[in-house]
Design a protein around this ligand. Structure first.
Ligand code: SF4
Ligand code: SF4
Length: 425
């Protein structure tokens, strides 16, 4: 990795804690990713991105800021990135997938709160994330109670704009959400100093759709047996999609898909034909949370879809491109986002239907529903997932975990037992 220390110091990072984080990442990445066999060559770009995770992209953000641009952070796939893009800003997903700064976070948060919330507070209070420190502001949402209240505290350290996400999907909820998206647009215009025009919004919709289409194309290729790419690699790409440069990322995913199409024609894959095919469902797995996928794929199975926000929920719906005025496009954006099936909604039947249809499309042998500890929406909804999958005779393993490594062996035992049960069916 090039020497970026001066840049990190100028961002005010706690260099000692940051060094600790950067020392752990390469060995974890080597074990989880570089040890895989038959990896597509197109993964080299994504290896480079991880290798430069706090380097090249951060430099690009600094250059953008030096030229008068704004950087806006988000934690949820409900924040409409098209609008930030149309106003000339850059939106970055703040990952929160690692246990860090816990002691500091627990000074302002209760101990029994989900690891994702604790992680983002730890990142901010510990000053270890150059993405966070590059953000001029952060956009929160009222999806779950923990985040909603944590954003009040986060606002003490960085300006936070909170969008009110409805909890139901009735007409009056749609109207509320549309007004929130309209307010968001006005706020972004004021913050960036740039007016969103019909042209700039149309262009941003097209570019973001192109990114989502590339991810969809990649995911469609996973229908094949043998799967041409591992679930771990796909998850990594989905995690990187939240912060990489949009056109460059899109081109790289499409180049990878070209390679995978050849693999499919040649019958080549990353796992043996007939290897157990699983769908991973549940709470998002933010970078660098790779624990469960690594356990699954080193136990002989292959993950063929992520029914998660670091997965299909992020890219399976596109914004219609027919709108001509800003108002029409904003409405199309609001409708598109409200189609995301987060467990914060009640009821959330769309998610149940999607898991079932996905299992059929991907010829999955089973589903692993993985929830972060203390995440009430997904933990409670695990009951609905179990009921639905039972009705459809789809095998299910429910897991609850956090960002620690202590339960890895226990998860492995449970995954292996699940795979053995699938083999006996
Ligand atoms: S699970 Fe819900 S709150 Fe979390 S990123 Fe997805 S939509 Fe947002
Ligand atoms: S993982 Fe669950 S509890 Fe944590 S922020 Fe997301 S929805 Fe909220």
């Amino acid at each position: 990795m090039a020497d970026h220390r001066k840049m990190w110091e100028s961002l005010g990072l706690d260099m000692e804690s940051h060094d600790q984080l950067m020392n752990v990442l390469p060995s974890t990445y080597g074990t989880v990713y570089l040890s895989q066999e038959n990896r597509p060559k197109g993964m080299e770009y994504f290896d480079f991105v991880v290798n430069e995770v706090h380097g090249q992209r951060i430099q690009e953000l600094q250059d953008h800021k030096a030229a008068g641009g704004k950087v806006i952070g988000a934690f949820c796939v409900y924040v409409p990135e098209e609008i930030v893009r149309a106003a000339g800003g850059i939106q970055v997903g703040l990952c929160s997938g690692v246990e860090i700064g816990t002691a500091r976070a627990e000074k302002v948060l209760p101990r029994n709160i989900c690891p994702l919330i604790k992680s983002f507070m730890g990142f901010k209070l510990g000053k270890v994330c150059p993405y966070f420190e590059s953000c001029d502001m952060v956009v929160g949402e009222t999806t779950c109670d923990g985040k909603k209240k944590a954003f009040e505290i986060l606002n003490d350290y960085v300006p936070v704009h909170v969008m009110e996400t409805p909890q139901m999907k009735r007409e009056k909820d749609k109207a509320l959400w549309l007004s929130e998206v309209q307010d968001f647009l006005a706020m972004v215009e004021e913050y960036t100093g740039n007016k969103v025009t019909a042209d700039s919004l149309h262009q941003a919709i097209k570019e973001t759709n192109a990114k989502r289409r590339a991810l969809l194309r990649l995911n469609e290729l996973r229908r094949h047996d043998p799967a041409p790419i591992s679930g771990k690699d796909c998850l990594l790409i989905e995690q990187i999609s939240m912060y990489d440069d949009v056109p460059r990322f899109t081109a790289q995913v499409n180049a990878l898909c070209d390679e995978l199409e050849v693999r499919v024609k040649e019958g080549k894959g990353v796992a043996a034909t007939g290897a157990p095919r699983l769908i991973l469902s549940g709470t998002p797995m933010a970078l660098p949370n790779w624990k469960v996928p690594h356990v699954i794929e080193t136990s002989g199975a292959v993950i063929v879809a992520e029914e998660m926000c670091t997965g299909l929920r992020y890219f399976e719906n596109l914004v219609p491109e027919e709108g001509e005025t800003v108002e029409q496009m904003v409405e199309a954006i609001a409708n598109r986002y409200l189609d995301i099936n987060c467990a914060c909604f009640t009821p959330n039947d769309g998610r149940m239907e999607r898991i079932v249809s996905l299992a059929g499309e991907r010829k999955a042998d089973g589903v692993i529903n993985c929830t972060l500890a203390f995440c009430d929406p997904y933990l409670v909804e695990a009951n609905r997932v179990a009921k639905t999958l039972k009705e459809h005779n789809i095998p299910l393993l429910n897991l609850e975990t956090d960002y620690g490594q202590e339960d890895t062996a226990q998860i492995k035992t449970r995954v292996e037992a699940f795979l053995e049960m699938l083999g006996n069916r």
